[in-house]
Design a protein around this ligand. Structure first.
Ligand code: AMP
Length: 197
């Protein structure tokens, strides 16, 4: 099963992807994680992406589409994957459709995590505080200024994908404000419905 988790920064995509990955053996494909790894490793892609990521902007479509296309070809993706943070623009969504088709793969569901906008900033601030308390390193883009840019990028570029996938009859929505386990249960219900369809 191949699915997309869609939602603004702080909606819980990463948390839910990890649970789904552990439960169903689906591979979590987070373009954010891949790009952070590239920045850390100092690769060409990392060098191109670093400044724009730090500011909270979007990395070019060309770069992220290339990353995802290569990653989907790896053998561990054969049994299914969860796209977390991709696609983020209409151009990425179109490219994803074409590349899945060319690879003979399907998109089974797009699950939107619906959250109240007002909660996002405090969720992300809490994530930074918890990371610090645990002795970890806070993401370079988990600060007020970059967060504003990330939210703007979401509303401008990514939110239109909700209508896009609705039109494709792929969209399913869950209440992302519910407790983590409840959100997980709603997603499980959708997956079992999709499996039976
Ligand atoms: P995330 O971990 O998903 O919040 O992503 C962190 C940052 O990586 C984003 O703010 C963007 O700068 C970049 N990024 C991740 N995924 C994409 C994407 N699909 N398109 C463009 N930029 C992305």
């Amino acid at each position: 099963m191949n699915i997309i988790l869609l939602g603004p920064p702080g909606a819980g995509k990463g948390t839910q992807s990890q649970t789904l990955s552990a439960k169903h053996g689906l591979v979590q494909l987070s373009t954010g994680d891949m790009l952070r790894a590239a920045v850390k490793a100092g690769t060409e892609i990392g060098k191109k992406a670093e400044a724009v990521m730090k500011a909270g902007g979007l990395v070019s479509d060309e770069i992220v589409i290339g990353i995802i296309s290569d990653r989907i070809d790896e053998p561990d993706c054969k049994n299914g994957f969860i796209l977390d943070g991709f696609p983020r623009t209409l151009a990425q969504a179109d490219a994803l459709g074409s590349l899945l088709e060319s690879k003979g793969k399907t998109l089974d569901a797009v699950i939107e995590l619906k959250v109240d906008d007002g909660i996002l900033v405090s969720r992300i601030e809490n994530r930074a505080r918890e990371t610090l308390a645990a002795g970890g390193t806070v993401r370079a883009d988990d600060n007020a200024e970059a967060l504003k840019t990330r939210l703007m990028a979401y509303y401008r570029e990514t939110a239109p994908l909700i209508g896009y996938y609705f039109a494709y009859r792929k969209l399913r929505s869950v209440d992302g404000m519910a407790a983590i386990t409840e959100v997980g249960a709603q997603i499980e219900k959708i997956l079992s419905e999709v499996r039976q369809a």
